[in-house]
Design a protein around this ligand. Structure first.
Ligand code: 26M
Length: 799
């Protein structure tokens, strides 16, 4: 949009007065933020309304991305950038004596997601709007987002994230579009006299679902999509017998809290209720909108909508859509099923067995009696149809209901036309191993969609310094098409460009060093290697491997203080699920090791270890630009894709990584020698599983370095971990090191030495960094969502 500084200043000052009866000289930062957000919202409302009309009038097919999590972070700068007014507003504010960055800090992070899965959903929201694709989000408006992490005495302490306390300027409550979602009670079928069996209900629990819409503004275009988040409320006309406090409490609980679990299935009733709540509400709204705009036969709905199931949490989309078509619209079962499969598609985000959702049959039957009947019928018909064709074993292995449990991944695959993994390796594992039986039956349904990131947020907004260097070197076209970064390659030997890249990185490191000083009280050397591992804390991600390497360097320096090493700052950021005891022990150990090393005078600034508390999207935006190295060291086959790996690459960090997830594609894209690869391959890992011959204790007994490092967990060398030390020690020895940390240790050390050697050669290092930046184009989520649009959803971008 077009906007002059003069116009903006006028709008902003007026808004401060009308909202808060104050002016620039007296307003607090919260007031400035609220007024600014309100002005920005006003700027896009017209585009939003116009695009809604355009969508309704043209009636083109739209996609709906159902996700139990979104992780957008702050929205102010992203909206300013996408409207094309970021610089105008920044300059105008500066002329008023206001620093935009300071104002932006007042916005709370919108953190209604845990990690990779939720962040991916938000990257997709940005990219869908920015590529002009008509596609909307559907989720839950949790009153409390992911907990805030405090570190107290080295331990993680969780505080509630009350992100809505000051209101949310971006959302619009749409009370007129509320729908009702029903749970429990009894259901029976009666003939309607025309030969149709129709369900009748009694004693159902009724919940009102109220949608809150947040516009997703496209980058310098006219598309504004919608992220619809549902809030649960008590219906206005509730039967007095239900009007008691317990009922009210139960109802509001539905959208009260995000489950703080990442990659761990936990079969609690409230979680199942949340899943059905946002699925049913979302599908009902879609149907209403379809009826009001298309007035077409519901039998053709597959030509107008696509519904995406992001991991299995929204898998109830399949039976709920069947219920709506069959019970509410009188569509025959076969036609309804055909339509459902055409409309639905599913993404798998993990192969970890502890994360695969399976709900007890009884629980589903009691909470969702009609949905249960429909699932039983889907399973029964499919079994009858396939038995003669493919035989009992294959049918049994792929049943939706098995051993008293409902398998949500099976339901998702069977009830949709597309199942995709999130990186090449992951998609291959689905086909060849984890979902092989399904692949035999439905080979045409399986495909890969390698993840991507919303590059505008992860460089244009978060790394202005590097963005400026890129503009000066290759022009600004990369801001519209990330593939254009490849123009950088011809400057690989250009000393002045390499120096500019170095200077930018140095400035970003200074900025982070100041933050570390402020928050952790630790002084770090900006010349040191900034070696970063930021992600959820999980055993499979192997933060522990990083820790063992740090201890190795530490003991070497203790033995030989004059050793010539390149100084390093090891930076961690990680939240552990509150109930994940082992992960919390690792956090405690990292903090105690940090204290031990940082306070050891003989080490000086050769090694520093920094654990930054409360890792979230905003902190990522400060840490990643300053990284020299990104640690992506999961055991091969366990990390479905990873997405921080792409953010590091975009910001010119080199990857220290295993052959896992999207790392493989990153190594391939950046070219030989520009990253550091180590560790077992997925085939070697599976070979160990087949033979059952991994013996971690042998490594401990036979490798004196490993021996000494592990002993330091139990012999008092590392202080204050008398509980955690033995727990970690035992996990690696007695319990045979589930994620092969010790097996990969030597090769990790080898790769770390190569890294150190390359870092000493400043030019060679910067050239490798440049090659990473130049080849990051394919990891833009603009590319990813275009593939979803073309291959899965069959939707077209606005021209
Ligand atoms: C389940 C029920 C209710 C609430 C939350 C959950 C739940 C949330 C997240 C369960 C699992 C969750 O995480 C899976 C996940 O985050 N997977 C990651 O997905 C990323 C995006 O594809 C990948 O990059 C990561 O490798 C993968 O671990």
């Amino acid at each position: 949009m077009k906007l002059s500084k003069k116009q903006f200043k006028q709008d902003f000052e007026e808004r401060l007065t009308s909202k808060f009866a104050t002016d620039i000289t007296k307003a607090g930062s919260q007031e400035k933020y609220a007024a600014l957000a309100s002005v920005v919202k006003h700027y896009y409302t017209k585009i939003w309304a116009d695009d809604n009309d355009y969508k309704d009038e043209t009636g083109k097919k739209q996609a709906y991305y159902f996700s139990i999590e979104f992780l957008p972070g702050k929205m102010l700068k992203s909206n300013l950038l996408n409207l094309g007014i970021l610089n105008t507003v920044k300059e105008a504010l500066a002329e008023l004596g206001i620093n935009l960055d300071e104002v932006a800090e007042s916005e709370p992070d919108m953190a209604i997601g845990n990690g990779g899965l939720g962040r991916l959903a938000s990257c997709f929201m940005d990219s869908l709007a920015s590529t002009g694709l008509p596609a909307n989000g559907n989720g839950i408006r949790y009153r409390y987002g992911l907990f805030k992490q405090k570190i107290i005495d080295g331990y993680q302490v969780e505080l509630p994230d009350s992100w809505l306390n000051n209101g949310n300027p971006w959302e619009v409550r749409r009370a007129d579009k509320a729908v009702e979602v029903r749970f429990g009670g009894e259901v029976w079928l009666e003939d309607d006299g025309k030969g149709n069996l129709l369900p009748h209900y009694k004693n159902q629990e009724r919940v009102l679902a109220v949608p809150y819409d947040t516009p997703m503004v496209g980058f310098e275009n006219t598309t504004v999509n919608n992220m619809c988040l549902w809030r649960s409320e008590v219906p206005q006309d509730l039967d007095p017998k239900f009007q008691n406090l317990e009922y009210m409490r139960q109802t509001s609980m539905l959208s009260a809290e995000l489950y703080p679990d990442d990659s761990n299935y936990d079969g609690r009733l409230l979680r199942l209720k949340q899943e059905y709540f946002f699925v049913s509400a979302g599908l009902q709204r879609i149907m209403r909108h379809y009826k009001s705009t298309h007035k077409k036969d519901v039998r053709n709905i597959a030509d107008y909508i696509a519904v995406h199931i992001n991991d299995t949490h929204p898998a109830l989309c399949v039976p709920e859509f069947m219920r709506i078509l069959v019970d509410e619209y009188g569509v025959g079962w076969n036609r309804a099923w055909d339509t459902t499969v055409k409309v639905m598609s599913y993404t798998n985000h993990t192969i970890l067995s502890e994360a695969l959702e399976k709900w007890p049959e009884d629980m589903v039957k009691h909470l969702l009696p009609r949905i249960y009947q429909i699932i039983v019928e889907i399973d029964r018909r499919r079994t009858a149809e396939l038995l003669p064709k493919i035989g009992a074993t294959l049918v049994h292995n792929t049943r939706i209901i098995r051993d008293g449990q409902i398998h949500m991944a099976h339901l998702s695959i069977i009830g949709s036309h597309s199942t995709n993994g999130v990186a090449k390796l992951h998609s291959d594992l689905l086909k060849d191993v984890e979902l092989h039986d399904f692949y035999e039956i439905y080979p045409e349904r399986f495909n890969n969609k390698t993840n991507g990131i919303a590059d505008r947020r992860w460089i244009q907004i978060s790394n202005e310094r590097l963005s400026g260097v890129l503009d000066e070197t290759i022009g600004t076209s990369w801001r519209h098409d990330l593939n254009d970064l490849v123009k950088l390659e011809v400057y690989k030997d250009d000393e002045s460009v390499l120096e500019c890249l170095q200077a930018a990185k140095y400035d970003d490191k200074l900025r982070l060093a100041a933050l570390i000083k402020e928050r952790n009280g630790i002084v770090v050397n900006p010349e040191a290697i900034f070696d970063v591992q930021v992600k959820r804390l999980h055993a499979y991600k192997r933060q522990l491997l990083n820790v063992l390497h740090i201890l190795k360097l530490y003991f070497e320096l203790k033995d030989e203080p004059e050793l010539d090493v390149v100084p390093r700052v090891f930076i961690f950021g990680a939240k552990a699920a509150p109930g994940y005891h082992y992960a919390k022990s690792i956090i405690k150990a990292i903090n105690e090791i940090a204290n031990m090393i940082n306070n050891d005078k003989t080490i000086a600034d050769k090694i520093k270890v920094v654990f930054m508390e409360n890792y979230n999207v905003s902190l990522a935006e400060l840490i990643i630009p300053a990284a020299n190295v990104g640690e992506q060291i999961s055991l091969a086959s366990k990390e479905a894709s990873g997405t921080s790996n792409m953010k590091f690459m975009l910001n010119g960090a080199l990857t220290m990584g295993t052959l896992d997830g999207a790392n493989i594609e990153i190594f391939e894209a950046a070219g030989e020698g520009n990253n550091f690869v180590f560790g077992l391959t997925k085939d070697e890992v599976y070979e160990y599983y087949r033979n059952g011959n991994y013996n971690a204790r042998d490594i401990y007994e036979q490798n004196p370095i490993v021996h000494r490092i592990l002993d330091s967990f139990i012999d008092g060398t590392i202080p204050n971990i008398s509980m955690e030390g033995p727990e970690i020690f035992d996990s690696l020895t007695t319990y045979n090191d589930e994620y092969f940390v010790l097996r990969d240790f030597n090769d990790y050390v080898r790769a770390q030495k190569e890294l150190e050697t390359l870092y000493r050669d400043k030019k060679a290092w910067t050239q490798a960094s440049l090659m990473n930046i130049a080849n990051v184009g394919r990891f833009s989520s603009d590319r990813t969502v275009k593939e979803y649009a073309d291959d899965i959803w069959h939707i077209k971008a606005k021209k």
